[in-house]
Structures are given as C-alpha cells and as structure tokens.
Design a binder for this molecule. Structure first.
Ligand code: NAD
Length: 250
C-alpha cells in the first residue's frame, strides 16, 4: 500500500522526544523521508537509528541552524515539502507574578521565534522554486482555553495559532498551507512542568477531568492529525487550529 506521504520530505523539530518522536514515526509509516532536529543529540540520534531517519542537532530558535536544516534536506533528500514546528518548552506552572524575565524570554524564543525563523528561512525556498509547502505548528489548547499558572506559555501558543492563520491567508495564493494542531495535556517530557508536579496519573487527574473523552492526548493522536494535515487529502485545508483534545475546548 502506498503511504499518504510517499515522495514527500519532512522536517520535524524536537523529534527526539514526546510528540515529535510520535510525529516522525507516523510520517515514516506514511512514506515520507524525515529529518528530525533536536537540541538533545543523544535523544535525536537514538530516534534516528530506531526509525531510520536523518537527524541534525539544531536549535529551532537559530537562523543558521534552520539554514543548515534546509541544506541537509536538499542535499540528502533533494528538497523539502513539510515542516512540523513541534519543538517547544515551558516554565513550571506557578503564579504569574513570579515568572522571571528569563522564563518569559525562553518560552517566546522557543515557541514563537522558532516559527518566525522557520518561515523566514524556508518561505523563500518555496517561493523561489514555485513549490507548494506545508507548515504545521504544534500549538496547544492552552492558547485557546487557557488554564491558570501558565500565562506566558499560553500566550506564546496563542501567538503561534494566530500567526498560523495570518500566514495561511497570506500564502494561500502561493499554495503554501499553514495549519496548527492543538493537543491537550499529554504525558511527555514537559508534562510535570505543565501540571507543576510530578507526572503521575493522580496528578494529571484534575486536568483529565475536564476532557470529555476522559484521557490526555498521546503522541499517536497528535501524529495522526499531523499526517492528515500534511497529506494531499488536506489540500483544501489551511488556517485551521485542529484541536486534538478529546473535546476539552468545546
Ligand atoms: N505535553 C503536553 O501536554 C503538550 C500539550 C500541548 C502542546 N504541547 C506542545 O507539544 C510540543 C512537543 O512537546 P512535548 O510535550 O513532546 O515535550 P518533550 O519535552 O517531550 O519534547 C520536546 C523536544 O523539543 C526539544 N527542544 C526544546 N527546545 C528546543 C529548541 N530550541 N530547538 C530544538 N529542539 C528543542 C527537546 O529537546 C525535546 O526533545 C511542544 O511545542 C509543546 O508545547 C505539549
């Protein structure tokens, strides 16, 4: 059976852990050639060998690292079609008046500036080559239905959702699509920070109690949504913030 992404080349940032690893796994299953990037070399190289994908240690907030990612995609795979801006971070859930300047800068750098730099570096490639492209941001329900204690994380994800919509209308005529996937709380490397306590079933219960389908999001849930949005089945879908949240945002 031919995968839905046969012949496509994808970059997945933050591919060394959590949702990013799930997304890379699914894109490979659908036939894509995948280049993952991560700050964490050990994690990225482990995922690279287990999935048979390429990897590059790259900081998603750095222009020169995005230039290197584009070069690698072209050198190794001959081009680029899909970008999944998944890398993200947060500070620990706490009263907003105690957030430091460093914590604010970190979430806006990693969550928002990364998307800005990715588009700044990659859009000229798509435009100059008259090539359709797909950008998928991993935003969050936090940007749509915020909870207390994570004001600036939530605001950074709202910025991602808004920028995704703006670029969807701006670049629609060039056949470059922009969508975001908005997961609800899952169980990944960031979860203990979101809930402000160790990531146990008990500590997650308060969050999960507000999710009609009764559980958190998994890497597989997020990856299935990304694969669909990346595929030609979604060729008429742009500017969407797809909630993968078991009904949390209703
Ligand atoms: N886990 C959740 O509950 C949840 C819910 C909604 C949205 N999200 C979003 O999902 C995305 C993935 O997070 P996750 O939950 O899988 O967390 P994770 O910590 O398991 O994975 C994030 C990965 O990104 C990498 N990374 C961090 N900063 C980077 C940078 N500057 N450049 C390159 N790589 C970097 C980390 O090394 C790590 O491997 C994030 O954008 C996060 O905000 C997570």
């Amino acid at each position: 059976m031919v995968g839905r992404l046969e012949g496509k080349v994808a970059i997945v940032t933050g591919g060394g852990s959590g949702f990013g690893t799930g997304i890379a796994t699914k894109l490979v299953q659908e036939g894509a050639k995948v280049l993952i990037s991560d700050l964490n070399e050990e994690a990225a190289s482990k995922v690279s060998s287990s999935l048979g994908v390429e990897y590059l240690v790259a900081n998603a907030t750095k222009r020169s690292d995005w230039e290197a990612l584009l070069k690698k995609a072209i050198d190794v795979f001959g081009g680029l079609d899909i970008i999944v801006n998944n890398a993200g971070t947060t500070y620990k859930n706490k009263p907003t008046e105690t957030v430091t300047d460093e914590e604010f800068d970190l979430v806006f750098d990693v969550n928002v500036k990364s998307v800005y730099i990715s588009t700044s570096v990659l859009l000229p490639y798509f435009l100059e080559n008259n090539r359709p492209g797909v950008f998928i941001q991993i935003a969050s329900t936090a940007g749509l239905r915020p909870r207390p204690g994570l004001t600036w994380y939530n605001a950074s994800k709202a910025a991602v959702s808004n920028a995704t919509k703006t670029m969807a209308v701006e670049y629609g005529p060039k056949k470059i699509r922009f969508n975001a996937v908005c997961p609800v709380v899952g169980s990944t490397g960031l979860t203990h920070l979101f809930i402000g306590k160790p990531d146990t079933e008990e500590n997650r219960a308060a969050f999960v109690s507000t999710i009609p389908l009764g559980r958190g999001s998994t890497p597989k849930d997020v990856a299935n949504a990304v694969a669909y949005l990346a595929s030609d089945e979604a060729e008429f879908i742009t500017g969407v913030n797809l909630e993968v949240d078991g009904g949390r945002c209703v």
